[in-house]
Every structure is written in C-alpha cells, then in structure tokens.
Design a protein around this ligand. Structure first.
Ligand code: AMP
Length: 372
C-alpha cells in the first residue's frame, strides 16, 4: 500500500485505511439499524463529498428505507448579507419522516447549520446526523451529532470522497496533509473591531480560504453555555448583560487552545479585548514562537452596527444582541477598553484598516487585497 500520495501540489500521508473505514461503517450501520429499524427513515447524502460514504453506509442498512442526495449551492440571494447557500435536489416528501443526514466530514458545522435550518422548513419528524469523521476542535455549533464514525484532529484530509480542490476523491484510504506542522506558509491573524463589525463572518471566510483555524472566544463561551458547564453558568449572566468575562478565564481558554493545536495558522476573533489580554497574549506568542502577520481592524459606524446586531439577535436568539441598552453598553465598553489596544499594537504589529460597513464579500475582498 502506498503510504504517501500527491494530490495537485500537496503531499498527503495515509491516516485512515480502507479497512479501518470499512470497520467504522459497520459499527455505524449496526447502531443505526438498531436505533432506527422501526422508523420511517429517509437518508440524505450531502454532495459532493459524501457520495462514497453514503453508498457504503446505505448498503449496510438492513431495514426498508430510502436515500436521496442533496447539494448546497451558493447563489446571490436578495438578502443584504449577500451569498446564501440553498439546498437543492430535495424531491422526496420528508414531512413526518426521520431524516438521517449523511456527511463525510463535519468541521466548523457551518454547512450543517445551513442544511438543518432549511430541512426544518419541511417539517420532518426528527433529524439525525451521521458523519464519517468529525473535528471536535473545529466544531462551533450546538447541534448534536448522533453518529460519529471517528474523531480526528484539525488537519486537512483527502480521499474516500473528500477532496483537495476537486481531486483525491477516488483514493481508497483517507490521507492527511503532510508538513502542515510549522508550515511557514500558514499565518496568524487577529480580527479586530467593535461588536457587530462582522469579525466572526470575516474570520471564518479567512480561515476557510487559507486553511487556518478560526478561534472565537465568544463562540467558545456560547458553546459552554449551551452545554451548561460550570464555565457556561458563570459566563451566561455576564454575556447577557454585555459585560466582559474575566481576563483570567479568557487567557485560560486561549492557552488551552494553543496547547491542543500545536501549529501555525490561526485567526483570533474577539480576542484580545483588553490591554491586559493583549500584553499577556504577546508573551504567549513569544513563548510559542508564533507571529501575528496582521491585525485586521474592521472599522464601522455605530448606527450600522446597531442595526446589524439587532438583526443577528433576532436570527440567532442572542440576548446580548437584542436589547438596545445592552448593545449600547457593549459599544461603550468597546470604545473605552478594547479600541485602545490598537494604539498598543501600532508599536509592534502590522495593522490593516478595513471599511467594514460594506457587504460581506466586498469587505472580504478588501482584506484579501491588503494581506496579499
Ligand atoms: P462575541 O461573540 O465575540 O461578540 O463575544 C460575546 C461575548 O463574550 C462578549 O460580549 C463578552 O461578554 C464575551 N467575550 C468574548 N470574548 C471575550 C474576551 N476576549 N474578553 C472578555 N469577554 C469576552
């Protein structure tokens, strides 16, 4: 067996063999057969990546059920937020059925969120999720993944349906990108700006484009809240009021994250937010031999921000985005405590200033142009 393969310009090393994949699928199928045998099930394979996994898994399903394939397609919708991903290919009636979404890989969960949101509109009885591989370190959503074949680190993989720029899907085994560790091509960025400036959106686009890891302290805290952990319980009241979590807790989160991800290539979003965080962070970076390529400062006027935040609050049910007083309070804290960090960074970091009041893609294009 070939342990290494080249796909386009990159080299990959075997990480999950065809035999292991087959064992994983047998295990998943056994669980699904057991749990869902008495239900009216439609399997939904998500294209393109899951076509091989879906076929192999479905062959091991031993009760009467259907399978159909869906695809998420980008199109320019009328929404002011620009691109929307729309689910196409649904030609089965799925009302009152048990749906099993079949994904080859779940990382950030963004795609999954789009799919689930749109499927709910068809009023299925329940939605289950099955994935061959899952990246817990990258996952940012709250949806429970019912059937996980294997948890993997935050590496780039190809093979068995998974692609690099469209190629590599035909490989029998799964392979991991080689030489990613300390890859000098991978850079680190800080996305800076007021609440509602679009930090999360731009950070996630940047991470996707350059294969970086997006770390949002806000997302991590919201996950803790949804899991009702000890930290989540502490964080909930503070966040809902629009106050800051203590520097100590935030630094712990970042230190823990850097320990688990011994690589280059991060986009820090929502951190640092105080001068003290920024100073401690500089020390940590030095110890880890990491360098910040640029601080991307998203500039936007307060009126636009207030409108955006209220819209986001309604869509995602974020309490801290819904109340006008809380929004005002967060903007005041930003102006008083967070914004001055830029003056500190002027001394030792590359700052890129971006007009963030434009549409998502226009803002992103400005960022790409300036970092190139
Ligand atoms: P965000 O999603 O970045 O807007 O963060 C939501 C909330 O999480 C903030 O309003 C703070 O309460 C808390 N939070 C996130 N990051 C930090 C940080 N670096 N320092 C203090 N609090 C934070």
């Amino acid at each position: 067996m070939n342990n290494r393969v080249t796909v386009l310009d990159k080299e990959f090393e075997i990480s999950i063999t065809a035999k292991q994949i087959s064992d994983i699928i047998n295990g998943l199928a056994a669980r699904i057969n057991n749990d869902l045998k008495n239900k009216d099930v439609v399997f939904l394979g998500i294209l393109n990546g899951s076509f091989i996994f879906a076929a192999d898994l479905f062959r091991k399903i031993n009760f009467p059920s259907k399978i159909t394939f869906l695809k998420l397609a980008s199109y320019d919708g009328l929404s002011s937020s620009g691109k929307i991903k729309r689910l196409i290919g649904l030609n089965e009636s799925i009302k009152d059925k048990t749906l099993v979404i079949i994904e080859d890989i779940i990382d950030s969960g963004n795609t999954l969120e789009h799919i689930i949101m749109q499927l709910r509109g068809y009023e299925p009885k329940e939605i289950k999720i099955a994935t061959l591989v899952f990246k817990p370190m990258a996952y940012k959503k709250d949806f429970k993944i019912d059937y996980i074949g294997m948890e993997i680190p935050n590496d780039f993989i190809v093979g068995y349906g998974l692609d690099y720029d469209g190629y590599g899907r035909n490989l029998e085994n799964i392979y991991t990108l080689v030489d990613d560790v300390n890859n000098k091509d991978l850079k680190n960025f800080i996305i800076f700006g007021s609440p509602g400036a679009g930090k999360g959106t731009q950070a996630s686009k940047l991470a996707e484009k350059y294969n970086l890891i997006h770390i949002s302290t806000g997302d991590i805290l919201r996950q803790e809240i949804s899991k009702n952990t000890k930290l989540g319980k502490i964080a909930k009241n503070i966040i809902d009021k629009g106050e800051f979590i203590s520097d100590e807790i935030i630094i712990d989160i970042i230190a823990d994250f850097l320990d688990k991800n011994k690589k280059n290539g991060f986009v820090f979003d929502g951190f640092p937010r105080t001068l003290s965080q920024a100073k401690i962070f500089d020390k940590m970076l030095k110890e880890k031999n990491l360098k910040i390529e640029a601080v991307i400062d998203l500039n936007i006027d307060e009126e636009t921000v207030k409108k955006r935040m209220i819209r986001r609050g309604k869509i995602y049910g974020r309490i801290d985005d819904l109340d006008e007083n809380t929004i005002k309070h967060r903007l005041d804290i930003y102006n008083e405590i967070t914004k001055p960090i830029i003056n500190y960074y002027k001394k030792n970091k590359n700052i890129i200033t971006i007009n963030a009041s434009k549409k998502i893609d226009e803002v992103f294009n400005q960022i790409i142009k300036k970092i190139n």
